[in-house]
Design a protein around this ligand. Structure first.
Ligand code: FMN
Length: 176
């Protein structure tokens, strides 16, 4: 069976992006899901001196192995000050030092959720521009605004947004 790795670009225990990514993964058919949590892949802050002294930490290699072993990626990015969260950027930087083709041409469903009305538009724009340079194969992009009112008990409760996500998950499902 095809395997999809599912994670949030966040280290929050209550991450809204983790909740959204989990919900999207539940809409997949005939697929094995592996939920990953960046808290299980702790890494020192990237620095060229540290890299020279100690090499690339095992957890960055382990995460790359997760990508390699998958047939697709569901990733929902937290937006911090208009960009990636520090924890995601740090992982991305370390991984890119070991493997420039970080996302290994795996089909990706790229998402972002925010409590406000922009739905992580800024971080999505950054990722849409940058990830393909690291061999991301972005199939669909989904933005989830006003998480607090549109999401309840593990599900999207706004019909329009739910239909949009369901349609995009189907396209992603076909691509893996
Ligand atoms: C340091 C910091 C900066 C933030 N900057 C933004 C921002 O630029 N845009 C936005 O929509 N939300 C911003 N937020 C709110 C986050 O979207 C919110 O905390 C959200 O829950 C993060 O996703 P997560 O729960 O998956 O970690 C920020 C939050 C923090 C802690």
């Amino acid at each position: 069976m095809k395997k999809v790795i599912v994670f949030a670009g966040s280290n929050s225990k209550k991450s809204i992006n983790k909740q959204l990514a989990t919900y999207a993964s539940e809409l997949l058919e005939n697929t094995t899901i592996e939920l990953l949590d960046l808290n299980d892949f702790s890494l020192p802050v990237f620095g060229v001196d540290l890299e020279e002294e100690q090499g690339i930490p095992e957890n960055a290699i382990k995460f790359l192995d997760k990508i390699k072993s998958s047939n697709g990626i569901i990733l929902s990015l937290a937006e911090h000050n208009g960009a990636y969260s520090a924890v995601f950027k740090n992982l991305f930087d370390w991984m890119s030092r070991a493997e420039q083709k970080t996302f290994m041409n795996k089909p990706m469903l790229l998402m972002a959720a925010s409590p406000g009305g922009r739905g992580g538009a800024s971080v999505l724009a950054i990722a849409k521009d940058r990830f393909p340079r690291h061999d991301a194969k972005i199939i669909e992009v989904f933005s989830m605004p006003f998480f607090g009112t549109n999401f309840l008990d593990g599900k999207i409760i706004d019909d329009t947004l739910n239909l949009e996500l369901t349609t995009k998950v189907k396209e992603f499902n076909k691509a893996i």
